[in-house]
Design a protein around this ligand. Structure first.
Ligand code: DLL
Length: 433
């Protein structure tokens, strides 16, 4: 069952719709955003050149730097009187990216979020405990509005407030929890500490997003909360959460709402468009946004696309789980390391809890990598043997092994109770402490 018939439109029908909407978007961007007029002029493209969706690769890319350079509102395509809301995404460094919505944009967002929640198995009779942060972050209000649009009971508890979260899960019988993967683990610990058995709660689904996570991490969350964990993806620059989500039926890739967002995957080095199935950087073009049309936005997120029809009957493209971003890449003594590779290897072991941190330092021009990992509370084996096992596994997967592996007792590593988790601390260049 789909929320909106467009979810199972034929590929031809979708392409026609996308072509019309792309032409509309490019025309608006050209006429109403000086930044895009210049970029299109530089690329020698006029709106009339964009006749179909196949012409998208003629358009120039938009980057995070463009958002920052155009701070605060240089990318807005409507007068301020038509903007009814702004959000901001801070990122880790520098100037925030300000994003804007007209009334119609908010309606679109509500619709794609309602569709997303429905695909995740949420129904009007359910209660949605929304533990994403409210405010400038798009997570809180995105889930809030989508939940109301679908007709669920929304509990706008927001991030943190963990004792109250546990009370409400039990007392209000929340069926669905929306929060980051790291917070879902923290909540699971708080539930256990209160002596509550997750199996006694009504909770059956957690929609996790806003942070990368690996499959072993998802398995930890599902076991700890006795739920199905559904991956939900989105980003402020495009709309917020609601760009794509897994369906509860198949859980085989994230359905990307192509009537509103046009995806491509490119080689991050060359910018060339890659074929279906090839892994690269996700690029998104908005097709209906009024206040902030975005052409070929380089998300930095690594994924691939699959155009086969899903077992659930939806025809829109599916993207793979994003386990990291192109700029997560750590270069340690010349070797490439993605934190997600370390996460996946470490969490293979039952002796290890899903909490770890990676510290990078530079000592006399040489990089060092220290890994701190928490043991599971039931672990009572030989730590020296566990350390060696972890080291062997990491060595077999990565071209470099940690200089030290510190096994610490449960609860030692600081938990993230608000915002996005940070697991990598790069002390080289003294950029961070
Ligand atoms: O994180 C929007 C969101 C809120 C998505 C709630 C899902 C749930 P930003 O703060 O702008 O927006 O951050 C966007 O977060 O480019 C990815 O790098 C990362 N991200 C978002 N969802 C996922 C996910 C929100 N499911 C950035 N898996 C994106 C991996 C994700 N990374």
């Amino acid at each position: 069952m789909v929320y909106d018939e467009i979810e199972r439109a034929s590929r031809e029908e979708l392409a026609d719709l996308q072509s019309d909407r792309l032409a509309w978007t490019v025309k608006r961007a050209y006429e109403d955003v000086p930044f895009y007029r210049d970029a299109l002029d530089d690329a020698d493209v006029t709106p009339d050149d964009i006749e179909s969706v196949a012409d998208v690769d003629r358009l120039p890319f938009t980057t995070k730097e463009d958002f920052r350079d155009q701070y605060p509102d240089g990318l807005f395509a409507v007068p301020r009187a038509e903007v009814v809301r702004v959000h901001a995404s801070s990122g880790t460094t520098g100037t925030p990216k300000i994003v804007a919505y007209t009334d119609a944009d908010l309606a679109t967002w509500r619709e794609v979020m309602a569709r997303s929640l429905h695909a995740a198995g949420v129904r009007p009779e359910d209660t949605l405990q929304n533990a994403y942060g409210y405010g400038l972050f798009t997570g809180g209000l995105g889930f809030h509005d989508g939940g109301e649009e679908l007709g669920t009971t929304v509990i706008p508890i927001g991030g943190g407030n963990t004792d109250r979260q546990v009370d409400f899960l039990a007392d209000l019988g929340s069926d669905v929890l929306a929060c980051t993967p790291s917070y879902s683990l923290y909540l699971a610990e708080a539930i256990e500490a209160r002596g509550v058995d997750p199996a006694d709660l009504d909770l059956s689904v957690v929609t996790i997003g806003a942070e990368p996570f690996t499959d072993p991490m998802r398995a930890e969350i599902e076991a700890a909360l006795d739920v199905t964990a559904i991956d939900v993806y989105g980003l402020s620059e495009i709309i917020g959460p609601g760009v794509s989500i897994e369906c509860a039926d198949a859980q085989d890739g994230l359905h990307l709402w192509e009537d509103h967002f046009l995806p491509e995957v490119i080689d991050p080095e060359t910018g060339d468009v890659l074929d279906e199935g090839e892994e690269g950087e996700l690029v998104l073009t908005t097709l209906t946004k009024e206040a902030l049309p975005v052409l070929r936005y380089r998300t930095g997120d690594i994924t691939s696309l699959n155009y086969d029809e899903c077992d659930c009957g939806r025809t829109c493209v599916r993207m793979g789980n994003v386990t990291g971003r192109a700029d997560d890449l750590l270069i340690v003594r010349g070797a490439n390391v993605y934190p997600s590779q370390i996460e996946a290897v470490v969490l293979e072991s039952d002796a290890v809890a899903p909490h770890y941190r990676i510290d990078l330092r530079r000592e006399e021009a040489l990089d060092t990598m220290d890994l701190t990992v928490e043991c599971h509370d039931e672990f009572d084996g030989d730590t020296e043997e566990l350390r060696e096992r972890l080291r062997d596994r990491i060595e077999s997967v990565l071209a470099v092994s940690p200089d030290s592996i510190d096994l610490v007792s449960p609860g030692t590593i600081e938990r993230t109770t608000a915002g996005k988790v940070k697991r990598v601390y790069d002390h080289r260049d003294d950029r961070e402490n």
